[in-house]
Design a protein around this ligand. Structure first.
Ligand code: KG4
Ligand code: ZN
Length: 400
């Protein structure tokens, strides 16, 4: 049967809403809106949690309206068919409770719900974590409010699983033998290697002991005065550099250890010392930026590729599946393909479509569509079975 899923994502600095259609033949995006806060955070060189919360509160309802409109589901209420005044007042009282800590969002949500009709939506999927707590709450609380007011099931989604399953959005891969798979989730907040036995069954076999790979891109870019986010800026400069003229050599921390863990904070410090040294020598950092960016990107990518491929060999994986914002980096994908070819490894290699790689809500909706284990036990309605959101968030990594 055809089902419509509403996806909501606010774990970091993107306010995202998606409407998707899910049935036995597959998954189809009806609308997928992402409102980026990059301009708000850029002057601070990184995401400021309190500003992210403020922006999500302001943007969630406009983004939701746009997503519903594009999906053809935004309809103004017809007063004759809508709920009685008494019923409405008691529902608004509960909305006030659910959204008590979200003042701007509360006002916008009540206006929205009392102006527009209940859309034909069968479930609401929302990121519960991991992520920045102040950023997650507006998304979670909006989802709870909609779930209550429309009496629609609510499905908590793990952000990391969503980055992996983003690979299924445009191609469901029914026919392929994919498992066991080794997944690398590489984002601004995480660097994980995950053994995936099937959809819904994951085991973390390695992770960063300090900074995430995306964080290393961002912090190194900051040292070079390239602004936020650093990944796109570093890859842009690196692409203008001829590798034959490479002059710098940065460390590849933990590249040869037998485990699948990472450490990127030492690399960031090495970039700091190198830049300080070059400045002392009176070198022009601007002129050297493409060479520095190339070497930073190489050091991060080489480590990621080497460890992921070693894990794939050890676990006799049939696929390597990438996910997370850093996977936008074309040089990283090229390096994977190059090594797989060079070593003649028989393996499926998967990375999501570019616009589905960084944070979005289509990846949240696809988890609800694919991971039946998540849908059924946790399917809930506010008031009937309460979800302990604080515990869910605290356990976000462990539950994965
Ligand atoms: O997955 P994502 O959108 O958000 C998190 O869940 O963290 O990832 C954002 C990260 C940032 O650190 C950003 O610098 C990095 O992805 N990133 C890139 C590129 N585009 C985004 N890193 C390297 N190369 C890129 N082209
Ligand atoms: Zn992410």
């Amino acid at each position: 049967m055809k089902k419509i899923v509403l996806g909501i994502e606010t774990s970091c600095d993107e306010t995202a809403v998606c409407i998707a259609q899910s049935d036995k033949n597959g998954f189809k995006i009806l609308s997928n809106i992402v409102s980026s806060q990059i301009k708000v955070h850029a002057p601070f060189g990184g995401v400021v949690p309190s500003l992210a919360k403020r922006e999500h509160q302001k943007n969630l309802i406009p983004v939701l309206k746009l997503a519903l409109k594009e999906a053809g589901l935004l309809k103004t209420q017809n007063s004759k068919t809508e709920i009685t005044k008494k019923n409405k007042n008691s529902k608004i009282e509960t909305l006030n409770e659910i959204l008590e800590r979200e003042d701007v969002l509360k006002k916008n949500t009540i206006n929205f719900l009392t102006k527009y009709s209940k859309p034909k939506i069968d479930s609401i999927a929302v990121t519960y974590g991991p992520g920045l707590a102040p950023a997650l709450w507006p998304g979670i609380n909006l989802a709870r409010a909609l779930s209550f007011y429309w009496d629609t099931p609510l499905i908590p989604i793990n952000h990391l699983e969503a980055h992996i399953l983003a690979n299924w959005i445009t191609d469901e891969k029914h026919a392929k033998k994919l498992f066991p798979a080794i997944c690398a989730v590489i984002s601004g907040g995480h660097t994980l290697i995950v053994l995936m036995k099937k959809i819904g069954q994951y085991k973390i076999i390695g992770e960063t002991r300090d900074d995430a790979a995306g964080e290393c891109f961002d912090k190194s870019a900051r040292l070079l005065g390239l602004g936020y986010p650093g990944g796109p800026a570093i890859s842009q400069f690196a692409s203008t550099f001829n590798p034959l003229h490479s002059i710098f050599k940065l460390p590849r921390p933990m590249i040869n250890t037998k485990d699948f863990d990472f450490s990127f904070s030492g690399l960031k410090t090495a970039v700091l010392y190198l830049v300080q040294d070059l400045k002392k020598q009176g070198k022009n950092i601007k002129e050297l930026t493409p060479a520095l960016c190339y070497e930073i990107q190489e050091a991060i990518n080489e480590t990621l590729v080497k460890k992921t491929i070693s894990a794939a060999k050890k676990y006799k994986a049939r696929s390597i599946i990438l996910g997370g914002g850093v996977v936008t980096n074309q040089a990283l994908k090229d390096k994977f393909i190059q090594i797989i070819k060079k070593e003649n490894i028989k393996i499926n290699f998967m990375a999501p479509e570019r616009k589905l790689t960084t944070d979005n809500a289509a990846m949240i909706a696809i988890v609800a569509h694919l991971n039946k284990k998540i849908i059924h036990p946790r399917r809930t309605r506010l008031g009937r079975e309460k979800i302990n959101w604080e515990n869910l968030q605290a356990d976000a990594n462990l539950k994965f």
